[in-house]
Structure formats: structure tokens, C-alpha cells
Design a protein around this ligand. Structure first.
Ligand SMILES: [Zn+2]
Length: 305
């Protein structure tokens, strides 16, 4: 055995020397970006979550032309290299600092404009593991079944200009459009404080807002009302709620958002006609900042409510 092992080791050394000679420069080469695609499919993520069922028809229109890119085609173009987005997700979600993704993918420009961007957006069905995470935001009696929701992971830029992968749940019917809007926000370098499931805040809208958390689905009553909020249908998004508070009924929510009621021209504060209202406007969503009363500066929704 020892002799055989020695021979094998020597042969291995020789082989490795030969290989090194052939590919010696490879390890020092910078990683090349993957084939250019607008949005990555669910395949990469589901590979880590075998229980997930792929939606073979999921697709996302590209920003410039509105053409739709098949996610299955995207998956085939992916290199074998492990994707940062395919890492396992812990039960409480990724920490904002440990999930930084930069340059993970490139976007095909259909308008001739330049550029690779680091945006990655994926949508996956709610698998049993995700269903357990939605304990706080979804319950029996909600106006939509869990099966009508999708889990999104999307790259965003924080207030220091660093990339992160965020999490969000929205209605499957609007998920591709939501990804499109957030890709535009990313390209515009719109700062987002954090993007986590409201379940990480035990379903508390107040806690989520106080943490300046950008979010989507949460089955709850409308603020100051008794009807289901559009968030209960997964058809609304709150963007940077601290900088863009709800103002109405004598309340400012979150209370710390009082500093932004005067709508100062500082990063994260939404103004009509800026990158945020333009991004959501491009998918047909309306902004709660245009309401007369109350004004919900953080709120964008598909039906304008
Ligand atoms: Zn809202």
C-alpha cells in the first residue's frame, strides 16, 4: 500500500506540475462577469432549497425595452461558479453586513447604454421553509393564500454606497414588475437602509418602520383604518419609511420620521419626479406621497391605495 501510495503521489505531483504549467495564470485572473442577463432565475436559489417548485414561466421585462427574458434561459447561461445569491438562508434571514454582493451579474443593455451592474433579482415560490418564516405576516383569514405570494431577493445599495442582498415578499402577479422597479432604483444608486421580511420584526409594522426597513407583504389593517392594507395583498411596497413617514390623523409614523416631514432634499427622501417615483411609475404603481390626506410618503401600490 505504501509503495502504491508513493507512486500515486509522485504521479499526482507530476500531473499537478503539468497542469500548473498549462493554467498557471488562471488563478490570478480576475473573475469574469457571468453572461449578461437582466434578472437571474429562481433556479440558482432553488438549488439550495430542493423543496422549492420552480415557476418555469417566471420572467422579468428588461428595463429599457420591455422585452421579457426567460429565467430558464438565464439559468442555462449561468456559469458553474457558485453564486452569492445561492447561499443558504438562515431562519432569521441574512444579516445586512454579511450578505454583500458586488458584481455578481451583469445586465444586458438593450438600449446601447453601458454597463454591467451588480443587480440580481430572483423570485421563488413560498416553500415550506419560507412558509415557516411567514408566521407573523401571513395567517388564516388573509385575503391572499400563501401560494399567491413570491419570495424575492434583490440587490440594493445602502446609504454608504455598498451593495446588499435584500429580501421581500410580494404577490406573484406583480413580482416581476417589483424586481424591475428595484433594478431601476439600484441603477440610480437610490439608497435603501435595509430590506428584510417584516417577520423579522414579528410582523410589527411599527418596528419595521422604526428600523427604516423597506418591505412588501404584511397582512394587516391599513394604517389608521379597518380595511386590509394593500400590503395584505402583496401589492404595495414601503420604501425607506424613516425618511418617508406616514403623515396623517395627527400622527407621524415612525415617530422619528418627524425630521423628514418637511421633505428635505437629502438622500432617501422621495420627491415627485425623482428616481423612486419614476421607477415605480414605470410599472404603473402610484405613490402615497401624492395623496391629499393622509400622506404616506413611503408607500407605493399597484392600485394607488
Ligand atoms: Zn405602505
Amino acid at each position: 500500500m505504501r509503495t502504491h501510495r508513493t507512486v500515486a503521489t509522485a504521479m499526482g505531483l507530476l500531473l499537478s506540475l503539468m497542469l500548473t504549467g498549462c493554467t498557471g495564470s488562471a488563478p490570478s485572473s480576475p473573475p469574469r462577469p457571468s453572461a449578461s442577463v437582466p434578472v437571474l432565475g429562481a433556479a440558482a436559489l432553488s438549488a439550495q432549497h430542493p423543496g422549492a417548485t420552480l415557476s418555469s414561466t417566471a420572467s422579468v421585462p428588461s428595463r429599457a425595452s420591455g422585452r421579457r427574458a426567460s429565467t430558464s434561459a438565464v439559468a442555462h447561461r449561468r456559469p458553474a461558479r457558485r453564486s452569492p445569491i445561492a447561499q443558504p438562508i438562515g431562519p432569521t434571514g441574512p444579516s445586512p453586513t454579511s450578505r454583500t454582493v458586488t458584481g455578481a451579474a451583469t445586465r444586458r443593455s438593450t438600449a446601447g447604454s453601458a454597463g454591467p451592474t451588480g443587480f440580481v433579482g430572483t423570485m421563488t415560490p413560498i416553500d415550506p421553509g419560507l412558509a415557516r418564516r411567514l408566521t407573523y405576516t401571513w395567517h388564516e383569514g388573509c385575503p391572499v393564500p400563501r401560494s399567491a405570494l413570491s419570495y424575492l431577493r434583490m440587490t440594493y445599495v445602502d446609504f454608504d454606497g455598498r451593495d446588499h442582498q435584500g429580501e421581500m415578499v410580494v404577490a406573484t402577479a406583480v413580482a416581476p414588475q417589483v424586481i424591475t422597479a428595484f433594478r431601476q432604483l439600484y441603477d440610480a444608486r437610490w439608497p435603501i437602509r435595509r430590506m428584510r421580511l417584516v417577520d423579522d420584526f414579528r410582523g410589527s409594522d411599527d418596528a419595521s418602520m422604526a428600523a427604516d426597513n423597506t418591505s412588501g407583504f404584511n397582512c394587516r389593517r391599513s394604517t389608521g383604518g379597518t380595511r386590509f392594507s394593500q400590503h395584505s395583498y402583496g401589492r404595495a411596497v414601503d420604501l425607506d419609511p424613516l425618511e418617508n413617514p406616514y403623515v396623517g390623523n395627527g400622527q407621524v409614523l415612525p415617530p422619528a420620521g418627524t425630521a423628514f416631514v418637511g421633505r428635505p432634499d437629502v438622500p432617501g427622501v422621495i420627491h415627485d419626479g425623482d428616481a423612486a417615483t419614476t421607477a415605480f411609475g414605470s410599472i404603473g404603481w402610484a405613490w402615497g406621497g401624492n395623496w391629499s390626506a393622509p400622506q404616506d410618503f413611503q408607500h407605493f401600490s399597484a392600485n394607488g391605495h
